[in-house]
Design a binder for this molecule. Sequence first.
Ligand code: NDP
Length: 506
Amino acid sequence: MTDLPLYPLIINGERTEPAAGHYADVINPATGDCIGRAAMGDATDVDRAVAAARGAFEQRQWREMAPAERSKVLYACAHTVMQNAQELIELEIGCSGATLNRAVNLDIPAVADLWMNLAEAVKTYPFVTNQSPRPLPEQWHSQVWKEPVGVCGLITAWNFPLLLFSWKVGPALAAGNTMVLKPSELTPTSSIRLAELLQAVLPPGVLNVVNGDGAAVGDAMTLHPDIDKISFTGSTRVGRIVQTNCASTMKRCTLELGGKGPGVVLPDADLDMVAQGALWAVYMNAGQACESGTRLLVHDSIYEPLLQKLAERSGQVVVGNPADPATGVGPMATETHFKRVMGYIESGIADGARVICGGGPASVPGCEGGFFIQPTVLADVTNEMRVAREEIFGPVLAVIRYSDIDEAIRIANDSDYGLSAGIWTGDLVKAQQVARELRAGSVWVNDWHMMRTDAPFGGYKQSGYGRELGAWSIDSYVETKAVQMSFERNPLRKNGQRIVHTRMGQ
Ligand code: NDP
């Protein structure tokens, strides 16, 4: 036990012991083994981290750094990720159950790409915009300035620790803020290590990390009077608490929450393409992704043939040790979550859904202590069932039948969520028409998870608000200041003032 690596807090550029001295085990979800111990901070630690961030903000070095210089630092962040990719990949797999395939081919390239995109975007970001001049006689010179919000509190979920870290820390830094990050206590190791590595290129106090229990550290952050903005990724349930807490000090708040992505399959769609794509939509990261395509809406005319193809394809997906490059679907992140997902499958069956494939736990040789579930397709689901309404966050696809496109659109939009949606068709004119009707922040045609690091991502409805990725993400971390200057020196020509000085010039 004593040989296990320790992951402390990061405050003011230093590895820091938690005030109360508590550490918690970090569990590898593929084996159930403890792989390290992470510091469990509390409200005292949040105070210390916020004081460090505030100090760095007031010290001005970071926030007043010229964009071209800040760009170089953001490039250095990208290089830090690439130079330490192997270690970060191992940590990500160990703490979150990410597959090697995903970490190597998706996470690390996307993280590095995101930092490089921000490094470019910050050079041309409109930190100062000149507005067109007003006509004579009074010429106001008007500018719009974008200034950092101040100290940001960043709270991330457990499903993509490194990506979510970068989605928040990257633009918050680009805008010139200082910050305190709280990773999920379930998967903190890769985030703490990346933050530690980045200290080599950032001024002290700019990026601080306080791991800890969601309610204790999260509440301390969202209620903290000296945090100016919260950016949160997590469940809609906790998002509501976060938004309520932020109101206490009128903190700026952006929320990236859950989803229940509907994929609408039009009658003309290529069924082989849909079968493969719809399973990629729901099985990526074992279904533990907010933007997953979890409801597949299939036209009557192709319903049974598509179900058959889904069952065949699903049976070919390899569930296994995430560290094995052949693995396509890894474990659930925790035992509690495993039980929750199994409970959803049982509720679907009890409500009348038909199991086309999967439906139970999966056993993986060498990973007997892991939390694996068979990739599962449930057919004959209706949109009223719990499996169609609630976020399962597991490898479970709910297939719903429809008869005409208006019905499909109505079902697709009949959800509290509005994060992602998709359309499968060869008719791109029809795809555009349907895309207009779908109430979601991202609409994908003939594929899924098409998230570009230079395109906005975020939710409609109870999937939250604010946009991440691209230059849009910087907008979420700035205040907007209007600065108007009068060049008129003659008081008699300041016409607006006649409203008070009615005898001016007499
Ligand atoms: P949770 O909402 O349970 O937790 C998210 C984060 O909030 C964690 O760091 C958690 O800490 C913390 N937290 C818990 N309670 C509080 C509180 N009272 N105040 C402040 N913070 C708190 O979500 P999960 O971690 O289970 O993540 C899954 C959810 O995230 C899904 O709903 C998914 O859809 C969503 N998600 C959304 C994304 C998007 O971009 N829209 C992307 C990825 C995920 P701890 O874990 O330590 O308890």
